[in-house]
Design a protein around this ligand. Structure first.
Ligand code: PEP
Ligand code: MG
Length: 543
């Protein structure tokens, strides 16, 4: 059998079926002379309004909170008055509506690319808006997802959030894209919809409608031209996987009963927590994004209380504001940093504005005290024990009993023993720890192999933290994406990691992986993986 196409597996699951490619973007028609400028202006404006209305409709129709949030951000982009003005200027200068729209988006696009990081990853969102608006203003239907009338594997160059959010998991068996990265919206949405997905798939451009493919969304493999027996076998594996996941419950344990807590990552009370022993990472910055000023004390209290209530007394680890870099906040003056990922982000914001973190800690403490919730707090982007001490002092002053910090910067991992003397617990953010250890932007799909959580240098840092945590008798968990990798779960357990926090959907596979290994297996695997020379050799140890 031919070698499968390889990409980055971003949403686990097995699927097989015929390919159907996403509708292609409209080609710009030949330019035409504009005789009626007011009519052209109103045509362009109504095309942009139609696009915004369609995306707004999709945002209201979806039950997925993440999808709705992403779509609403796109609506705001489509309604941006600066964009409107740029289109109108181009028309007054002689362009027809489709070309004026195209030119205005091209300027926005370049600005996003120049800004880099989070904004550069939003270029697919802008391109989608442009294609829709050009299509409408040319009298064509908006490009979108095909509906061949039978379940299919959707293949695309890249997918816009508007398309991914509207996918029907009963029709779309899997997603395969040529572009995108593990942190792109396609990946985030596919995971939240439970659709197996492979991004940055080399050779996906050659996939044509009707070809039958089999996908392994965890391994990132796409087998092309498979026979009927393989299709049936793939579907059987998926059914087994799903029924195992549905049957899987209870706390995280190795085969011989050694506990590794299984926790959920959430951004608000709308995110699922089923099957989790608690919340290991509550990303509070979602409450602050797209704001002109910080949310009020009352608003914060309400948002935190909603999550505490949803967990009914189970532990919730609330992370204080992690703004900056790929999560800029309009009300914080962070413009002009030459390198925002290395700038005043995360807990560093408290240097400029201590009231921001103190206010947040007070808003966490209020409902925690009132409801008796098990609220732990932690700070992101800690580099030194002194920073950790400062945060813990503030948390205690707010009346919070359990205060910890994230290990996301190599400096923190290198001095982990000193760090542990200051805190009650640690949580390793492998996403940023990879980024800073390998000097590789976590948004850059092109550098994905450096950001592979099986990289020995990253695992060495995790091992140092696990060892120090055991010596100090304090919990050390992981809350980056690596915690959702079932292959790594026994390795992390063997390295002394006491909890794994991930999107709730990922928990069953991780629970299973732990349950099929004894403590001694985990320790043996951990030792062997640390001795491996590269990610491939490390994976081969686990098999
Ligand atoms: C991390 O860096 O691993 C982490 C969990 O934080 P975030 O992804 O929110 O930066
Ligand atoms: Mg982080």
């Amino acid at each position: 059998m031919a070698e499968p196409l390889r990409g980055i597996g971003v949403s686990p699951g097995f699927a097989a079926g015929p390919v159907c490619r996403a509708g292609v973007a409209p080609r710009l028609p030949a330019p035409r002379a504009v005789s009626d400028v007011p009519a052209e202006l109103s045509g362009a404006a109504s095309a942009l309004r139609a696009v915004a209305a369609e995306l707004d409709r999709r945002a209201s129709a979806t039950s997925d909170a993440t999808a709705a949030e992403i779509l609403r951000a796109q609506v705001l982009m489509a309604e941006d008055p600066v964009l409107d003005e740029a289109v109108a200027d181009a028309i007054r200068a002689g362009s027809d509506a489709p070309h004026a729209i195209d030119a205005a988006f091209a300027v926005h696009r370049q600005a996003f690319l120049d800004a880099g990081g989070y904004l550069a990853e939003r270029v697919a969102d802008l391109d989608d808006l442009r294609d829709r608006a050009v299509a409408v203003s040319s009298g064509l239907p908006m490009p979108g997802i095909p509906s061949p009338g039978h379940p299919f594997v959707l293949v695309a160059t890249d997918l816009a959030p508007a398309d991914t959010a509207g996918l029907d998991p009963a029709q779309v068996l899997a997603l395969v894209t040529e572009a995108g990265g593990p942190t792109s919206h396609t990946a985030i949405l596919a995971r939240s919809l439970g659709i197996p997905a492979v991004v940055r798939c080399g050779g996906a451009a050659g996939l044509r409608d009707g070809m039958v493919v089999a996908i392994d969304g965890a391994a990132g493999a796409v087998r092309v031209g498979v026979d009927e027996a393989t299709v049936l076998d793939t579907r059987r594996r998926e059914e087994e996987r799903r029924s195992r996941a549905a049957a899987s419950s209870g706390p995280g344990r190795t085969a011989d009963g050694w506990a590794v807590e299984l926790l959920a990552n959430v951004g608000s009370a709308a995110d699922p927590v089923a099957g989790a022993e608690g919340v290991g990472l509550f990303r509070t910055e979602l409450l602050y994004l797209d704001r002109e000023k910080a949310p009020s004390h009352e608003e914060q209290v309400e948002a935190y209380a909603a999550v505490f209530d949803a967990l009914g007394g189970r532990k919730v680890v609330v992370r204080t504001l992690d703004a900056g870099a790929d999560k800029p906040l309009p009300f914080l003056d962070q413009a002009g940093e030459p390198n925002p990922a290395l700038g005043v982000r995360g807990v560093r914001l408290a240097r400029r504005d201590p009231a921001l973190v103190d206010g947040q800690l007070a808003a966490i403490a209020a409902p925690a005290t009132r409801t008796g919730a098990t609220a732990w707090v932690m700070a992101p982007m800690i580099a030194t024990p002194a920073e950790a001490r400062d945060f813990v002092t503030r948390a205690r002053a707010a009346g919070l009993a359990s205060a910890g910090v994230m290990v996301e910067i190599p400096a923190a991992a290198l001095r982990v023993r000193a760090l542990l003397r200051e805190v009650d617990f640690l949580s390793i953010g492998t996403n940023d720890l990879s980024q800073y250890t390998f000097a590789a932007d976590r948004m850059a799909g092109e550098l994905a192999e450096l950001l592979d959580p099986w990289q020995p240098a990253l695992l060495d840092l995790v091992a140092a933290c696990g060892r120090a945590g055991r010596e100090a008798g304090k919990p050390v968990g992981i809350c980056g994406e690596a915690a959702a990798d079932p292959g790594l779960a026994p390795v992390f357990a063997g390295l002394g990691i006491s909890s794994l926090s991930m999107p709730a959907r990922a928990i069953p596979a991780v629970r299973d992986a732990l349950a099929t290994h004894t403590k001694a297996d985990c320790e043996r695997l951990a030792t062997a993986v640390l001795a491996a020379e590269d990610p491939a050799a490390a994976r081969a140890v686990v098999g």
